[in-house]
Design a binder for this molecule. Structure first.
Ligand code: ATP
Length: 390
């Protein structure tokens, strides 16, 4: 087990169109035993980061440390790392037993007996000890995935790297394997760096999530941090499904408080809210963010705090409805219980609490105010922005 540290890690590819910066000055410290999940849009540098850690890609600049050792120039086999790939990369002509034990035979001088013992333990842990004599072609996708993970476990590495390991499995199996990986991690406590496209996977597996965009680090934080306290507009938009609603607004103030003015609605805010904004910035142009689950049907009591739109789509997803409203040409996504199902084309008034509003500086796109309540109504602490008193 070990701590992993990336200092100023940079990768530039010499591509046909000129140099391409795939990873730019990435700083990241992963404490021993932590499960870190790296997310970001396609091409943001997730795999390149992982491949530099594994030694499959050279480092252009910066340092990678495992424990106290700088490993930039170490061969992959000397890094004490085990990697599980998306396509499993199993040897088709070897049995499960041989596939799992092969790496140990190559890279250690363990006795046959010791290797067999480790293979047995790893396959028991993965629930595939009845498949030891089968070849990969005779296994399902989920079983192959287990073999690939077993092969990583048997190495007893300091660090596990996973590159989209579950993406070839169907949704149900993916969920199941996710639980298995969480169990394995809690049993072994090995530092893990895991790349995925799947937000649910990231939110459920990660101790901390690393969000990359365009090769640059956007935020590192617990799943709750990145969801409730996104550092900027990019993270707020990327994390969450359906994603946060955004509206360009300007803040107008007067003696009694203020208003967030959008071209299609005006939302009154308290003096406390205005003060909290003013503590952060003098600017007047913001992007208002509101999570779909924080919006609800409005009533007469919500005067001055409603948004009116036309119902475009109603999606029934089990106990919840996703309602898509048209607000003066922009979309407002609302997540509600399925008790009330508005008619398509009808006019609907929706509202949300001031305390759930996130505000982003329209120019820098940095967060100024974070909505401070979880859906359960519990308050969360706010680090960057300050929230209003209600
Ligand atoms: P995805 O989610 O699609 O797998 P990713 O976030 O893992 O994407 P990378 O594969 O790390 O992204 O790629 C980052 C950038 O580097 C992309 O623009 C990609 O085209 C580029 N890139 C990756 N490998 C090479 C290479 N060998 N030569 C040139 N450019 C590369």
């Amino acid at each position: 087990m070990a701590r992993v540290q990336l200092d100023n890690l940079t990768k530039v590819f010499e591509a046909a169109g000129g140099p391409l910066v795939a990873v730019e000055e990435l700083d990241l410290e992963i404490p021993d035993g932590e499960f870190v999940v790296v997310v970001g849009p396609s091409g943001c540098g997730k795999s390149t980061t992982l491949r530099m850690l594994a030694g499959l890609e050279t480092v252009t600049d910066g340092e990678i440390r495992i424990g106290d050792d700088v490993i930039n120039d170490k061969a992959p086999k000397d890094r004490d790392i085990a990697m599980v790939f998306q396509d499993y990369a199993l040897y088709p002509h070897k049995t499960v037993r041989e596939n799992i034990g092969y790496g140990l035979r190559l890279s250690t001088d363990l006795s046959d007996e010791e290797i067999n013992k480790r293979v047995q333990e790893a396959t028991q842990m993965m629930g595939i000890d009845d498949l030891l004599d089968k070849k990969p072609g005779a296994l399902s996708g989920g079983q192959q995935q287990r073999v690939a993970t077993g092969r990583a476990i048997v190495r007893e590495p300091a660090v596990f790297l996973f590159d989209e390991p579950l993406s070839n499995l169907d949704a149900k199996l993916r969920k199941h394997m996710r639980t298995e990986l969480a169990r394995i991690h809690s049993e072994l406590g090995i530092t893990t760096v895991y790349v995925t496209h799947d937000q649910e996977e990231a939110m459920t597996l990660a101790d901390r999530i690393v969000v990359l965009n365009d090769g640059k680090l956007q935020q590192v934080g617990t799943p709750k941090d990145v969801y409730y306290r996104p550092t900027n507009l990019f993270v707020a938009d990327f994390i969450g499904s359906p994603s946060m609603n955004f509206f360009d607004v300007s803040l107008e103030t007067d003696a009694s408080g203020g208003r967030l003015v959008h071209k299609g609605f005006t939302y009154d805010v308290s003096q406390g809210f205005v003060d909290a904004v003013r503590e952060q910035t003098d600017t007047t142009d913001f992007v208002l963010g509101i999570r779909p689950e924080n919006a609800r049907f409005g009533s007469a009591a919500d005067e001055g705090k409603t948004v009116t739109g036309t119902v475009e789509v109603v999606e029934v997803v089990g106990s919840d409805n996703f309602i898509y409203l048209d607000i003066d040409g922009e979309e407002f996504r609302l997540r509600t219980t399925s008790e009330r199902e508005p008619e398509l084309g009808s006019t609907l008034e929706v509202t949300f609490d001031e305390g759930d509003i996130s505000l982003f500086d329209a120019n820098t796109e940095d967060a100024v105010i974070h909505g401070h309540r979880t859906p359960g109504g519990q308050e969360t602490t706010v680090e960057q922005g300050t929230t209003a008193e209600q």
